[in-house]
Each structure stands twice: as structure tokens, then as C-alpha cells.
Design a binder for this molecule. Structure first.
Ligand code: AMP
Ligand code: MG
Length: 310
């Protein structure tokens, strides 16, 4: 059942006690806790089994609150005006007197921040007096959660509460842009780079190569369904699950469709849930049809490439 205002108040009670809860966002579900509290943030890393070196994204309701923790600049303001609230994360310089727990950033001098659009987390952020550190609500290196039940599947009794906001509308993590200097792309995601480049007025440098450590979470294995996955496959093996972009007439039991028509946004929304369904059905491997490398297709291919490093 979808959450309402009284569920949001219960969520606040858990958060005020430095506990972690599951929260819906338009990108993927987050495992949220008070970003100002060491005790709360420690729990996120522990529950997710996330390496301490991989910093968290912090969620704010508005620029006024962000101002307490980070220096803002013109590139940030321009992109914020156009795309926020929405699926874009900014890396900004932290203020010396910021109250953000040092564990969030692994002692870095920068902070990744986002303004989520989903009404449930928006309303929650309005009634608490701290920002929320919230990485994706899944076990580290595995497929992100896009529904409340995915969060429960992954964490079971390790967390006390999950707000249910239905299926995430975008289904892929946010696009990360470092705006501490000339804007750079650190992670492909739910917002197309071409739209960001239009606002900035030039092509952006992409630092999404896992060898470079600018965005520590961009490790080789990530988003893994837990079974081998191969990409650009024309014909699957008999016992393999086959993930294809659009529904076609050749309906076979082992075929799974990312979209009804050739829609890349719809494919992005369905990617993680289909990977989870395929695993649950007991398939031992996944073959994926070639996905056009345009728009959100670039983000889908990025995730598939990392998921294939099994
Ligand atoms: P997740 O919360 O799981 O979607 O991952 C958050 C990602 O944001 C991390 O894996 C990093 O790649 C990136 N990130 C967080 N903080 C920073 C930062 N200060 N500088 C660069 N990248 C960051
Ligand atoms: Mg993640």
C-alpha cells in the first residue's frame, strides 16, 4: 500500500532516532539516515555492506538548506533551475563549518547533493531538520531497488521501515555532475547528458572510467544481478534469459521485454526490476540484446557493462 502523511510521520520518528529507513525516489529507492549524525550514517554503510571509501549522496529539500553545508556557484544554479527537483546529483565544495558527518564523504572536501522529486521523500525532507544521506537501497554491488518490496527483499529485518511510493518512475540512478570546477560528468544516469550540455552550452568531459577515482562508486562490478550477464547478444542460448528492447511477435518463455515499443526511457524504468525477476525465476545467466547507445540508452549500457563484470 502506498504511504501517506501519517506514514511519513512514522518515518520521521525512526530517522530522529538515528535509524535507517527505505525511501522512494523517482530514480531508485534510497536507504536513508540523518546525514548530520555519525551514528546514523555508520548504519547505512553497515547495512549495505558498502566500503567506507564510497561516499554517499545527500538529499536536500531546497537551496536554502544546502547553503548551510556547501558553496554554490553559477553552473550549479543554472542546472538546478532547469532540472531540480529531479534525477541530477551535483558534487560541490563543502563548507568548513558544515555539520555533515565526515563518514558521508570519507573525509573528502566535496559533497554529492540531490533534490529528489518524488512527493514522499519531498514531504519527508520538509518535516525533518537535517538532510538525508541516502545511497541506493540495495546490498553493495548488486542491482538497485525500484520498489518497496525490493528493499524488503534485500534487507529483511535489518531495517525497521520502508515508505512505499510505488515503482520508481525513472528506475536508474541520478546523473552525477561535478560542478566544483568546469562541469564534468561523473556518472551517467536518469538525466540525458545532451540536456545538461544544452544548458551549459558545451560538451562536457566524462570521467566515468572506473580506473579514475573521481567518483569512487564507479567501480568495475556494480549493478550485478548475481548471475553472469552478457551484452550485444543476437541469439541467446537455450537456457538463458534474453532481455530485449521491445516486445515482438516471437514470444518465448525466456524472453523479457524492456519496453512495449522501442522506448529507451521505459526500458530504463524496467531494467532493474526485470533483472531481479529473471534471477528469482532461477535462470543461471542473462543475455541482453544490443541497446542503442543514445540518450538514456547510454546510461542503460553503462549499467549493463558494469553488471557484466561478474
Ligand atoms: P549511490 O548512492 O549508491 O547511488 O552512489 C553514490 C555515488 O555518488 C558514489 O558511488 C560516488 O560515485 C558518487 N559520489 C558521492 N560523493 C561524491 C563526491 N564527493 N565526489 C565524487 N563522487 C561522489
Ligand atoms: Mg548504488
Amino acid at each position: 500500500m502506498k504511504s501517506n502523511q501519517s506514514n511519513i510521520k512514522i518515518a520521521k520518528k525512526y530517522l530522529d532516532k538515528n535509524m535507517c529507513i527505505g525511501v522512494p525516489t523517482e530514480t531508485v529507492y534510497g536507504l536513508a539516515a540523518n546525514a548530520y549524525s555519525d551514528t546514523a550514517v555508520k548504519k547505512i554503510f553497515k547495512i549495505k555492506k558498502r566500503p567506507k571509501s564510497n561516499p554517499l549522496i545527500v538529499h536536500y529539500p531546497n537551496i536554502k538548506n544546502l547553503n548551510k553545508d556547501c558553496y554554490i556557484n553559477n553552473h550549479f544554479l543554472k542546472l538546478h533551475k532547469k532540472f531540480c527537483p529531479g534525477p541530477i546529483t551535483f558534487v560541490l565544495k563543502l563548507k568548513k563549518n558544515s555539520m555533515i558527518s565526515k563518514l558521508v564523504t570519507n573525509n573528502k572536501k566535496t559533497l554529492a547533493v540531490r533534490f529528489p522529486r518524488h512527493p514522499i521523500i519531498k514531504n519527508l525532507l520538509k518535516i525533518i531538520d537535517y538532510p538525508l544521506a541516502a545511497p541506493s537501497a540495495n546490498i553493495s554491488t548488486k542491482v538497485s531497488a525500484v520498489e518497496a518490496k525490493d528493499v524488503k527483499d534485500d534487507f529483511g529485518k535489518k531495517i525497521n521501515y520502508v515508505l512505499d511510493g510505488g515503482k520508481s518512475r525513472i528506475g536508474l540512478e541520478s546523473t552525477i555532475i561535478d560542478v566544483t570546477n568546469a562541469p564534468k560528468v561523473l556518472r551517467l544516469g536518469g538525466l540525458e547528458i545532451s540536456r545538461i550540455e544544452k544548458v551549459i552550452g558545451k560538451k562536457l568531459k566524462r570521467i566515468i572510467n572506473p580506473k579514475k577515482k573521481n567518483s569512487p562508486g564507479q567501480s568495475r562490478l556494480h549493478y550485478s544481478p548475481g548471475i553472469p550477464l552478457r551484452t550485444n547478444v543476437k541469439s541467446p542460448k537455450r537456457n538463458e534469459a534474453y532481455l530485449v528492447l521491445k516486445k515482438n511477435k516471437k514470444r518465448k518463455l525466456n524472453y523479457f521485454y524492456l519496453s512495449k515499443k522501442n522506448n529507451l526511457k521505459e526500458a530504463g524504468k524496467n531494467l532493474y526490476s526485470l533483472l531481479r525477476i529473471i534471477k528469482k525465476k532461477g535462470y543461471k545467466s542473462i543475455a541482453v540484446e544490443k541497446i542503442p547507445n543514445i540518450g538514456i540508452g547510454q546510461s542503460i549500457n553503462d549499467r549493463l557493462k558494469r553488471a557484466s563484470k561478474f
